[in-house]
Design a binder for this molecule. Structure first.
Ligand SMILES: O=C(O)[C@H](O)[C@@H](O)[C@H](O)[C@H](O)COP(=O)(O)O
Length: 348
């Protein structure tokens, strides 16, 4: 029996049901298919985990800036005629760093950051949709989703080939999809519901499974999509090579659900791992491991707010920490680009 990984949608009374084949089974058979029901109508009583207060990195040392700042108007970026044209009204500073640290852009405000992030994402969507007929995008949770809001506005809402998009999560909390802590729900409410992406191309975790089961299931899903050429594969590592991975960063330097000092940071056997003791609530999550993250064609690290300035200075400036932070391990096969606002860059 043919068992496509893409979901089937049924619209009934304003509720969308997503039916997805259970991904742990062999793809040649659908007999044990589990039906996941995703109600897009939030329930009346929603639970939320207590806010996350990361450990303060007292060992972070603030040093004077080591980087040279070059100010120019952001409308100069993207001179490739194939790229979307979007005028940004304010200035943006580009920081020169070692090549391995990536391209660093600092914006006057989070608003300007969001404008530039939309343009960058739309440019890559255009490039990969033309080149591969698909654009694979990986989302994080947190404030990143809000920073994607400009994609749901003109010109991108009409210009982007949304039907080519395939959306994944670099990490997800193991909670029902309609739970306030769900990264799926966050992305759906704040972004995915506002753009015409095919719901069948949105790869949420199976929230009926345990953390271990959900990680295993998600990895099986990725393997199938690599096999069917939806997800590209890295020639260097043989691992999935996502077209764009959009990462946020916590104030302790974590990315995805890879936390400082946690053994999962070193995980290299599995593509998708589970964690049951996440220091940031909720404790149970699944996460891509670094080998997969770093096989990406493009990574955008999106960081806003002065609360993250110390860690940004560790990653990009002269700040120091007692150990290597997860954010310092982000090193994609392709391009790494930082999107910072003034607050996040204030110690550089
Ligand atoms: O599910 C999660 O918790 C996230 O994926 C996590 O890695 C997030 O991206 C960072 O904690 C940054 O979050 P903020 O931007 O909200 O600080």
């Amino acid at each position: 029996m043919n068992c496509p990984i893409t979901s089937r949608l049924c619209y009934t009374d304003g509720t969308i049901y997503i039916e997805r084949c259970a991904l742990r089974m062999a793809f040649s058979s659908c007999t044990s298919a589990a039906i996941l029901r995703t109600s897009l109508t939030p329930p009346t009583s929603l639970r939320r985990s207590p806010p996350y207060t990361p450990p303060i990195f007292q060992s972070l040392v603030a040093n004077p800036p080591a980087c040279s700042l070059r100010l120019h108007n952001s409308s100069r970026i993207g001179v490739n005629p194939e790229e979307f044209h979007c005028k940004a009204s304010s200035s943006m500073a580009e920081i020169a760093t070692e090549k391995a640290k990536g391209k660093v852009q600092v914006f006057d405000s989070e608003e300007d950051l969001a404008v530039s992030l939309a343009k960058h994402t739309a440019d890559l969507s255009d490039k990969f949709a033309k080149r591969r007929g698909a654009f694979t995008v990986v989302l994080s949770g947190g404030s990143l989703i809000k920073s994607l809001r400009k994609l749901a506005e003109a010109p991108y809402i009409d210009a982007v080939e949304w039907l080519k998009w395939h959306v994944f999560w670099v990490d997800e909390r193991v909670v029902p999809k309609d739970h306030e802590d769900s990264n799926y729900k966050l992305a759906f409410d704040g972004f995915l519901s506002k753009v015409p992406i095919s719901p069948g191309n949105v790869y949420a975790i199976n929230d009926a499974l345990s953390a271990e089961g959900a990680a295993d299931d998600y990895e099986t899903c990725l393997k199938h999509l690599v096999k069917t050429n939806i997800i590209d594969v890295s020639q260097a590592t043989g691992l999935p090579k996502f077209d764009l991975m959009l990462l946020g960063m916590g104030p302790d330097g974590h990315v995805a659900s890879l936390f400082p000092g946690h053994p999962l940071v070193q995980a290299n056997k599995q593509w998708v791992a589970f964690i049951k003791d996440s220091p940031k609530p909720p404790p149970e999550r699944i996460t891509f491991t670094f080998p997969v993250i770093n096989s990406s064609a493009n990574i955008a690290l999106v960081v806003a707010g002065a609360g993250k300035a110390n860690v940004v200075n560790v990653a990009l400036g002269n700040g120091q920490s007692s150990g290597l932070l997860p954010v310092q391990m982000v090193s994609p096969e392709g391009e790494l680009r930082w999107f910072l606002d003034n607050g996040a860059a204030s110690h550089l």
